[in-house]
Design a protein. Structure first.
Length: 184
């Protein structure tokens, strides 16, 4: 009988290889237990599913009221820059079109001349051509009143606000014209 001696290093070497092989096999096989993973709702887990775009919400424009706020005849009312108002019951509409000039002397400043502000108001009435009315805060006599013979109205500028300050220019949207509309 022939006996061979076992080399202990060779035995350890084989054991290491055997352990590595078992570990590799264990890593490649699943045990049936997996941790759940979060899947976004819009992503399908079906491999045959196709992606579809989710429509964005749509917004519908809300139309502005077609009728302007009403002002009464013979009563003072404020008309904001860029705005319009119906006056009386005959369909007269006034629109504060623009500030043509504002050279009024600011508060807390001594000026050689008081200055002036000029504004443009557009009057319209159904079936009539619009009429441009120019008003001046420092007018010659009777320049604050404008007659509308075709419409049979008189429009008068009472005041223009705000009054200029020394350091702050006035944005157009801040202007308010105080007006009175009467029948001659």
């Amino acid at each position: 009988m022939h006996y061979t001696t076992l080399n202990p290093l060779r035995l350890i070497d084989k054991s290491i290889w055997l352990l590595l092989a078992v570990a590799l096999v264990a890593c490649t096989q699943t045990t049936g237990h997996t941790e759940p993973t979060a899947v976004p709702e819009e992503v399908s887990t079906n491999p045959l599913a196709t992606a579809t775009a989710v429509p964005r919400p749509t917004y519908t424009a809300v139309p502005l009221p077609t009728s302007a706020p009403a002002a009464s005849l013979n009563e003072s009312f404020a008309l904001a820059a860029g705005a319009e108002t119906a006056v009386g019951n005959d369909g007269l509409v006034l629109h504060f079109e623009s500030v043509l000039e504002d050279s009024r002397c600011p508060t807390q400043v001594n000026c050689f001349w008081s200055g002036q502000a000029r504004i443009l108001i557009v009057a319209s009435q159904a079936g009539q051509e619009p009429v441009k009315l120019e008003f001046n805060t420092n007018p010659a006599p009777d320049q604050t009143v404008d007659l509308l013979p075709a419409y049979n109205y008189t429009v008068q500028l009472i005041q223009l606000d705000p009054y200029p300050q020394y350091t702050d220019p006035i944005p157009f949207a801040d202007y308010r014209a105080q007006l009175v509309v009467t029948r001659p």
